[in-house]
Design a binder for this molecule. Structure first.
Ligand code: SAH
Length: 327
């Protein structure tokens, strides 16, 4: 919901200031229409119905996976495509993966979003409306900024959205921001007083290979990125999750595992190995190769887990978001 516009409409209607919070409370609890907001005067409800859409986003399409994952394609008010994914887990967890930008200005070679045209940063309202879309169906308790875009390049709006996520039922502790290693953005998250989780897309244990996979590494090389993550750990007292996408024959060899183990201090980092979701450029490592990689890390006392892939059958898995319907 466009909160600024809400306040303008309320002011024009001569309504007291507290009406804004009343409306937001309803929306945050999953109200689908103004009709439900029974503590608002009927006349005002009618006026809002006409003057202010309940979401800044319109739904263009939806896909459902056999594993319960739902991917929704939205259009912003100015027609930019974005996608968000609801993941349902057996233990009851409901996690929404949100986009922070339409498209992405970075060009990681393995990622589908990187091939899409970059449009613009999303507003805090547009980020929250992705979560609210799913909140209208069921309660959600986790949010990950792992959809389209690089959240740290839109950090003001991302943090503004984080401020209001607890109203929707998602604490900052259960919110994670994933970054390619954009150093000023990591600094901001370290300075932010709330305990937001930090995930780093590392994908390679040395600069040469990382630059090949992620051109952003030329701007912020490994040593600078890891120094920023160390500072986050020291300030926020939370470990950093390292994401490492497993590319067959590229970054998944035993020597890469050993190099990675030497690079990462297990007191600071937890590694999550991500099976590659093919988007054309590479082949994914076999499950045996991933297991061998994990075992080598383990031998070096660096614990690692393998990410459960969700929604692959509907192109909703990591790195597959590219708003194909819009292309
Ligand atoms: N720009 C941020 C947020 C995107 S998060 C970041 O890069 O961290 C999406 C995660 O999925 C990142 O770790 C990204 O590297 C990873 N990813 C991208 N393409 C993928 C693919 N095809 N298969 C598996 N993971 C992929």
């Amino acid at each position: 919901m466009d909160i600024q516009r809400l306040n303008e409409v309320l002011a024009a209607a001569g309504e007291p200031a507290y009406r804004g919070s009343q409306v937001w409370e309803w929306v945050a609890r999953g109200a689908e229409s103004y009709e439900e907001m029974t503590n608002l005067p009927a006349g005002l409800r009618g006026r809002l119905e006409v003057d202010l859409p309940i979401s800044t986003l319109s739904v263009r399409g939806e896909a459902r996976s056999d594993d319960g994952t739902v991917k929704t394609l939205f259009d912003t008010g100015d027609g930019r495509p974005i996608e968000a994914v609801l993941m349902r887990y057996r233990d009851g967890r409901r996690s929404v993966c949100v986009s922070s930008q339409s498209g992405c200005p970075l060009t990681c070679t393995f990622c589908a979003t990187g091939k899409m045209k970059f449009a613009r940063n999303l507003t805090a309202d547009e980020i929250l409306d992705q979560v609210l879309h799913f909140r209208r169906v069921e309660a959600v308790d986790h949010v990950v900024f792992m959809g389209m875009g690089e959240p740290t390049m839109n950090i003001d709006n991302v943090l503004a959205a984080c401020e209001r996520l607890p109203d929707i039922g998602v604490t900052n502790r259960r919110t994670a921001i994933s970054t390619v290693g954009w150093v000023p953005g990591i600094e901001r998250i370290a300075e932010y007083e709330k305990p937001i989780a930090l995930a780093l897309s590392l994908h390679a244990p040395n600069d040469a290979l990382r630059s090949q996979l992620m051109p952003v590494n030329d701007r912020y090389p490994l040593s600078e990125v890891l120094a920023a993550c160390d500072r986050y750990r020291a300030k926020r007292r939370r470990k950093v999750f390292v994401e490492y996408v497993m590319l067959d024959g590229v970054n998944d060899l035993p020597e890469h595992a050993r190099e990675l183990a030497a690079l990462l201090d297990p007191r600071i980092y937890k590694i999550n190995l991500i099976p590659y979701n093919p988007t054309g450029a590479y082949d994914g490592s076999s499950p045996e190769r991933i297991e061998q990689f994990r075992a080598i890390l383990h031998e070096h006392r660096v614990p690692a887990t393998v990410r459960l892939t969700r929604g692959r059958d509907i192109d909703a898995a990591c790195g597959q978001l590219a708003a194909k319907a819009a292309a």
